[in-house]
Design a protein around this ligand. Sequence first.
Ligand SMILES: [Zn+2]
Length: 647
Amino acid sequence: METRDALISANPGAVEIGGYLGEKLDACIRNGVMAADFACYITPFRDKTDDGGEWGGEFWGKWFTSAALAYRYQSTEMHRQILDQAVEGLMSTQEADGRLSSCRQDFGYWDVWGRKYALLGMIAYYDLTGKEEVLQAAARAADHLIAIAGPGKTKLTETGLSVLEALASCSVLEPVVLLYQRSGDEKYLDFARYLVSLWSEPNRYTSKGIRLLEDALAGVAPSKISSRKGYEMMSCYEGVCELYRATGEQQYLDAAVRFGQAVREKEIMIVGSGSSAELWCDGAARQTMMLEQPMETCVTATWVKLCYQLLRLTGDPVWADEMEISLYNALLGAMLPDGNWWAYFSPLVGERIPSPLQVPLVKSSCCVVNGPRGLLTVPAWSVMSSVSGPVVNLYASGNWKYTLASGLQVLIRQETQYPEADTVTLQLEQAEAAFYTLRLRIPAWSENTRVEVNGESVPCKPGRYLEITRVWHDQDRITLVLDLRGRVVMAPGDCNHMAVMRGPVVLALDSRAAAPEKLNLWLLHDQMRWKHDEQLHVDYVVPEEPAWEAGHPLRVELTPCATKAEGVWMAFEAPFLYRPTHFFNQQARSLVLYDYASAGNAYSEENLFRVWLPQPLFMNAAFPQGAWRVLYYSSEERPQPPQAVKR
Ligand SMILES: [Zn+2]
């Protein structure tokens, strides 16, 4: 029995986002997704180039699904033509028996993974256009896969790279269930159930089996599940979400939610992503260390996509809080400022490096085509619908066209500079009065939030949706003031490291605004107070171990900088204490902190940054030099953006 989602995505063309975020979405679409030379993504299917273990087959579908999201958001004729041509090009490579593969031989290392992405792309196209022939082409491609990998044939759990324990192949679950939902043909559901049953069996690659359901339900840490490969593992749970949506069987939802909770608790670092060398790494606890190849952009984007699934299924705003943090930090931090390229890895200390050209045939890399798949989900989850009315998850300037169950149109107009500024106003435009519930996400970090409806105060709680049920009229106005006071985040298990957040935005020290000096500085938070000694005539601060209560973080006063370096979105002065001895010559100093996505965004070896601030912070050693070598240790030279590549 199919289930109904708790929250439904915004309709295509219903969302128009402005301001800083709108510019970033536009840049990603204009200079990245829609500027791509998509003909080269078809080449691996046409010329069967992946038999040697390459993964050219993933690019068409990864790129196409982001192009489909771009078209949902900006439904222009030009975007439509690009989608039409790309689908036509891919379908022209389909073989007579339905086979759609970038390999000559079945079950090359990335064969099924590439087929999965081709299916996802074609299904996304069908969803936007309703073109039956494309759904049928996808069904024929899936039928071919079932013919070679159904019961009694090759087990997908024994295909692909053994080191990944077949996670890449197994993630084909998602489009198989999507086909069942769209065609109603039970054979796809049967194959999906068969594939999931294989996860519980020992196989040639792993004697204990992949155990994605059992381990998730038992609360096993992600770094102890299967092969630890973050991106592919989350992709399998995206399929589990679809299987729940299709069947209503509780164990699938429970497994997906428990897994999401475990990732959030054990792996997700302060900026909203995880992984080291593409693997789960117990990263939440280890994030103050110099991790090798931290936070693959494929992991960031897929984490956002998994959170989006969990938000739709459960309606729990914790997943929207997570997406907002990933969005403003890990995701936008990984996109190059003009939106045409992405980083592969994003550190919390060191420097930013653009992704090298990973697969020259397709002029791209896995992360370059995956970043937009995360970023372009934003319009869909920004304002969603519930059975009783609109649910506002994202605060950004813009317009949202919302249709109530009665058919009445409501225009939600947001005016705000959030998250730079703390105030958001929402104005409703509707032809007649109507009774419905408007939900507003009150982020968990917003300790003191003020909400007014037409000037009247409404109480709310952090970490919940504020539900306002009433008769709404044209021009009704809601004002929301979020708590953007600077807050100190303690590193897990490590009080020696502190970081500063302001709302959903992580702040970082950037070498463009912090010159090396022979100083030891302590973050001057609200539990460090100046004392006066009458005898010695000195003012001093003793940096005692801070005590804090859950829900009441230490606070730090942040002052917006009057001027900012070029290309920097947010810059704040934060107070620090210079403390040469116990009591004498102590002084307050201020250091400039940038938002994490802007920190290091000159992408040069001179532009270094740091999120976690050791206490004290030795300003002469604040930035490690040459940290790019832990990102790309196989390179002799620091990778440069592949400008020679015309996209
Ligand atoms: Zn990647």
